[in-house]
Design a protein around this ligand. Structure first.
Ligand code: ZN
Length: 161
């Protein structure tokens, strides 16, 4: 079956940066997504469009089609008191937060100087070209429930409580 809008697509992939470091990987059909539902980054979705089960795709996705360009305005200095557990605040530490629109985001602590904490709300992969080696493992029709929810259920997909 061909990858097309609203098909459930299972892929194995290796994601590397331009220096060849492996940033993420999925094997043995453990990752599935709903095509055309913004489950994965736009550049990868476009590259997979129309591919068949068993096909392999290598694609370099520029930041604009991945997690966006790096935005200096998303870096700011805040007071250490803003953090629930002040002892854990150190460079490299990541915290979950919400955008004003209520979307989840990750902030990374990049510097701590006394009470001043520099945080960076850019996505950790912002500004980076992402190199994917992908194999299409399976393509199937979605269930009605999956279509309604906009994501995949079961193996490789979303587990509801
Ligand atoms: Zn669901």
């Amino acid at each position: 079956m061909q990858v097309d809008k609203h098909k459930v697509v299972t892929i194995d992939y290796t994601l590397t940066d331009n220096e060849g470091n492996v940033l993420d990987q999925s094997r043995n059909g453990e990752f599935a997504y709903l095509h055309g539902a913004d489950n994965i980054i736009p550049g990868l979705e476009t590259a997979l469009d129309g591919k068949e089960t068993g096909e392999e795709v290598n694609v370099a996705v520029p930041p604009g089609e991945a997690y966006g360009e790096y935005n200096d305005a998303l870096k700011q200095v805040v007071s250490k008191e803003m953090f629930p557990s002040q002892n854990d605040v150190e460079p490299g530490r990541q915290f979950h937060a919400q955008t004003p629109e209520g979307n989840p985001m990750i902030i990374t602590v990049t510097d701590v100087s006394g009470d001043d904490v520099t945080i960076d709300a850019n996505h950790p992969l912002a500004g980076r070209t992402l190199n994917f080696e992908v194999k299409v493992v399976d393509v199937r029709e979605p269930s009605h429930e999956e279509l309604e929810h906009g994501h995949v259920h079961g193996p490789g997909g979303h587990e509801h409580d």
